[in-house]
Every structure is written in structure tokens, then in C-alpha cells.
Design a protein around this ligand. Structure first.
Ligand code: AMP
Length: 307
């Protein structure tokens, strides 16, 4: 069996989130933060590569270390603030506007993958500049059993499309939301969009549809995983990253990765996302332990079973 190491690259950030009922103030966020917290449910051996600024405190870092996440690949820059994102949700919470994105420390970031994680079995390229994602891929040592996953968003399609397409060519699994799949592919139907993205490189194309679940497209036909119906969504920020974290964490613990493991991993991702949206920022994931996660997985099974 190959190693069970999960290498994550992505933003570590401060976010300000405005929902119809609450304004968060500056809170911990970032794609890699959510991915790491969600992957911890699978007890994957996770290492993050990222950059933070002088506003990141020891307390924020300790929160991740407490979940056995290795931060030796996280650089701290002394004279600049961390990546910052501000978003406002519409009244139905299904869509949001980005009000501000400040790259700050990310603008001149050159990632350094710790030697220990260079042979990682699973590499999760979280949402971040595709040039940085590429630099991470370039530092890896070969592992024939490696699985590379990618999550991205419209910001990078708008600003770094060429670099993004180059990275997409090298990944096995892409997770992308429905609107972004349409933007990336230029098609206006999800099945056609998935086919077009599949042709760009990834064997597995996962299209996230928010509260309507996720669709997997691969050579054996589509698979659908509903999201858990929830009576309360506090804040959807990070749901996509938590999905990626749950999925990649699960895959890291498997001996082989075929369509079967990807499908089960999608359930892990769905369970992690359902926990994430139950609190403001990272609070949902911070509060829920492994037992809560197992309970969410069980509820997902029930949702899909006829008795
Ligand atoms: P999600 O709701 O899953 O799309 O993830 C939201 C998280 O992504 C927030 O914590 C942000 O800090 C982070 N984020 C927002 N915009 C970007 C971006 N352009 N690149 C990387 N991360 C981002």
C-alpha cells in the first residue's frame, strides 16, 4: 500500500461574511483551512502548503495543529496581511457577491513543499492561483498511485485561464460548481459542460450544485449524491472547500481509487459540507467532532435507502 499522506495547497485567509441575518467581522477562512479541517474527519495525515501574514495568530495555527495538520509548509510573512475575502449572500443564501478580494501575501508567494510530503499519495490543489498550484506539482516526487484533485473558481478563470487550463490537464479529479463549469466549458448544459471538462484532462468531473447536491461524471456514466436537507443554513462559505476536504481525506485512506471510492468520497465531502454550513465561517467544523460527522454520514445513507 502507498503512503497515506494528503498534501493540500490553498489559501489561508481572513474573511468577512455578510448573510441576511448576520455579519461576521473578520474571521478565519481560506480554502486550505476548510479543506484541512474537513479532511481531519477521515484522519488523513495532512500537510498544508500556504502563506499567511502578520495578522495570523498562534491561536489560528494551533486550531489546525490540534487536528494533526502539519503546517511546516505554511510560510508566515512579517510585513503584510493575509489573503482577505469579503462576500455577501443574497436572501436565499444560494448565491453571493464577492465584495472584495485582496491577495496581500499571496501576490508574491512561492510555495515550498516540505520534503516529507513530496511523495504524497493524494494532492488536493485547493482554490488558489493556478501558477502556485503548478509550482506545487513541479516539486512533487513520483508516486505511481498518486491522485491529484483540483478545486477552482471563476476568479481564476477570469484572471489566469491559460495557467488554469495547464493545471487542469494534469489532474485526475476536478470539483467545480455548476455556474463555473458552464463558464469554463462555454457550454450551457451541465452534461455537455462535464464532457468538455473531461476532455481537458480529468477522468472524474464533479459538479457541485450547492443545496442540490453533486453530480459525478466519468467514463461509466453519471452518479448523483444529494445534499442533506437542512433546516438551518447559517453560512455557506467554505462548503465547496469542505466538500473537497472530506473527499480528499477519504481517498487518502483507501488502497485504490476507482469510481467506487470516488463515490463514497463524495458522501464524505457532502457530510463535511453539511457541517460547515451550520456555523459562521469555520465554526461549524470547529465544533463538530468525529461522532457528529459519523451521524451526518448515517443521515446521508438513510436519505438514499428505501425501506
Ligand atoms: P467556498 O465558499 O467553498 O467557495 O470557499 C470560500 C473560501 O474561499 C473563503 O474562506 C475565502 O477566503 C476563499 N476564497 C475566496 N476567494 C478566493 C480566491 N479567489 N482564491 C482562493 N480562495 C478564495
Amino acid at each position: 500500500m502507498s503512503n497515506q499522506k494528503l498534501l493540500v495547497v490553498g489559501t489561508m485567509a481572513f474573511d468577512e461574511i455578510i448573510t441576511p441575518s448576520e455579519t461576521s467581522g473578520k474571521v478565519l477562512g481560506g480554502a486550505a483551512t476548510y479543506i484541512g479541517l474537513a479532511a481531519a474527519y477521515a484522519q488523513a495525515e495532512t500537510g498544508i502548503v500556504s502563506v499567511v501574514g502578520n495578522d495570523f495568530t498562534e491561536e489560528h495555527l494551533q486550531l489546525l495543529r490540534d487536528r494533526n495538520i502539519d503546517l511546516s509548509g505554511v510560510e508566515q510573512v512579517a510585513d503584510q496581511p493575509s489573503f482577505y475575502w469579503k462576500g455577501k449572500y443574497h436572501s436565499n443564501m444560494n448565491s453571493r457577491d464577492t465584495l472584495d478580494t485582496q491577495l496581500n501575501v499571496l501576490a508574491n508567494f512561492s510555495p515550498k513543499v516540505p520534503t516529507y510530503f513530496k511523495d504524497a499519495r493524494v494532492v488536493m490543489l485547493g482554490n488558489l492561483d493556478p501558477n502556485v498550484q503548478q509550482q506545487v506539482l513541479d516539486q512533487l516526487t513520483p508516486n505511481p498511485q498518486r491522485v491529484v484533485l483540483l478545486d477552482t473558481m471563476n476568479f481564476w478563470m477570469d484572471s489566469q485561464l491559460e495557467a488554469l487550463l495547464r493545471v487542469i490537464k494534469q489532474v485526475d479529479v476536478i470539483t467545480i460548481n455548476d455556474e463555473e463549469a458552464i463558464q469554463l466549458s462555454g457550454k450551457n448544459n451541465l452534461v455537455m459542460a462535464a464532457k468538455a471538462i473531461h476532455a481537458m484532462g480529468p477522468s472524474f468531473v464533479i459538479i457541485k450544485k450547492g443545496e442540490h447536491g453533486a453530480l459525478l461524471f466519468h467514463s461509466e456514466g453519471p452518479f448523483y449524491a444529494p445534499a442533506l436537507p437542512l433546516d438551518q443554513v447559517i453560512d455557506p462559505t467554505g462548503a465547496g472547500d469542505s466538500f473537497a476536504g472530506g473527499l480528499s481525506g477519504y481517498l487518502t485512506k483507501q488502497n485504490a481509487v476507482t469510481a467506487k471510492e470516488i463515490k463514497q468520497g463524495i458522501l464524505y465531502g457532502t457530510a463535511a459540507a453539511s457541517i460547515c454550513v451550520g456555523g459562521m465561517g469555520t465554526k461549524g467544523l470547529e465544533k463538530a467532532d468525529g461522532q457528529v460527522f459519523a451521524h451526518q454520514l448515517q443521515k446521508l445513507e438513510q436519505l438514499r435507502t428505501i425501506v
